[in-house]
Design a protein around this ligand. Structure first.
Ligand code: NAP
Ligand code: F7E
Length: 331
């Protein structure tokens, strides 16, 4: 029997990689898309024509009940969220409702479908290393105390515990992946890796002189999104639902990110090319994230394939190519 999967957040970075992975594995893929004229849906129809788009919004339980009933999924991947941490301070209510409350809505829609159809559905929740916030131990594991430092982190903690609660209360096969930062050429331009790769590309093409950034001393455990969606799938293939940290186990600062990105275009001293803009500083910072993914490695056989240096260079090369085409198209 062909397996069926429903992905919320299909127009995002992870949604696109996951859709490709599941399609390659022979799944019928359904994607929830919010908005009556979402430009990302038009793009998805071109790049991922095999995805059946279903209209719906994580804020709207009725739309989710209808979406699940239509997709009749064996697996649901809840990737939809307001995911930009900086934005979450300015839009805390909305972030709480979508990123936190949306998890309850989709869990309820899945539970309703299971009860009414008698079919089993496996559920994946996109939890986040932002839940560790003011880290209580280094490295962080599945057992580390959560101490979120942003409205986004708080909302993710709510979704994380709601997923565990549905597993324990109703026996649902509901797993939570506590994913550390993962990036790619598809990363949104608001996130620091893509902001840097795009700016560095424009600098080498003579289209921009400088890049404005915030805290250069922040550290992150950065992996490649293509590797991380494989971990999501592996969690749902396992007999028992559980929670897993997914990370590389290496941490790097924004300065190291800049070293590699500028090195890719032949600049070794980037100090004249970067200036600090307080607008990009956060009210509270998550200083040192580093994950211990031993459990996922031992139980699921998962491991990251793309290293930090390769990831940054891949993103810069992609953006040099992309920005050159845009510049040529504008002439
Ligand atoms: P992303 O690129 O920001 O994608 C977020 C997706 O959520 C988009 O498709 C967006 O749709 C959708 N969405 C937003 N509001 C919605 C709503 N009200 N109803 C339905 N869909 C809605 O995020 P990502 O990087 O792919 O991350 C995927 C998930 O993993 C997110 O939940 C994120 O919080 C979590 N996560 C990400 C990382 C990371 O490093 N990337 C790490 C840990 C956890 P439109 O834009 O089309 O409206
Ligand atoms: O920031 C610093 C900033 O916005 C990384 C999301 O996918 O991963 C992501 O959240 C660091 C922070 O990602 C700028 O202060 C400096 O310390 O790329 P980011 P994030 O906040 O780590 C987690 C795991 C998620 O779950 C989220 O959904 O970089 N930084 N200067 C900057 N960050 C940005 N965006 N822009 C700057 O100019």
């Amino acid at each position: 029997m062909t397996k069926r999967a429903l992905i919320t957040g299909i127009t995002g970075q992870d949604g696109m990689y996951l859709a490709e992975l599941l399609h390659e594995k022979g799944y019928d893929v359904f994607g929830l898309v919010a908005g009556q004229n979402n430009p990302k849906a038009d793009l998805l129809r071109v790049t991922h024509p095999y995805v059946e788009i279903i209209s719906g919004n994580l804020l709207d339980l009725v739309s989710l009940i209808r979406a699940v009933a239509h997709a009749k999924p064996d697996e649901v991947y809840n990737l939809g969220a307001i995911s930009f941490v900086a934005y979450s301070w300015e839009n805390a209510r909305l972030t709480s409702d979508v990123t936190g409350g949306g998890v309850l809505n989709i869990l309820e829609a899945v539970r309703f479908f299971q009860d009414s159809s008698g079919r089993d559905v496996r559920f994946y929740q996109a939890s986040s290393s932002e839940m560790f916030g003011k880290v209580q131990e280094v490295p962080q594991t599945e057992k580390t105390l959560l101490w979120p430092r942003s409205p986004y982190g708080v909302a993710k903690v709510y979704g994380h515990y709601m997923t565990i609660n549905y597993r324990e209360s109703y026996g649902m096969h509901a797993s939570s992946g506590v994913l550390f930062n993962h990036e790619s050429p598809r990363r949104g331009p608001e996130f620091v890796t893509r902001k840097v790769s795009q700016a560095v590309a424009r600098i080498t093409l003579g289209l921009q002189d400088q890049i404005a950034l915030g805290n250069l001393d922040a550290k992150r455990d950065w992996g490649f999104a293509g590797d991380y969606v494989e971990a999501m799938w592996l969690m749902l293939q396992h007999d028992h639902a559980d929670d897993y940290v997914i990370s590389t186990g290496e941490t790097h600062s924004i300065r190291e990110l800049l070293d590699i990105a500028f090195d890719e275009i032949g600049i070794s001293d980037w100090s004249e090319r970067v200036h600090i803009d307080p607008a990009f500083m956060r009210p509270a910072e998550v200083d040192e994230l580093i994950g211990d993914s031993t459990k996922a490695r031992e139980t699921l056989g998962w491991r990251p394939k793309v290293g930090f240096d390769e990831l940054v260079r891949m993103m810069v090369r992609h953006d040099v190519d992309d920005q050159s085409k845009r510049a040529a198209g504008a002439q």
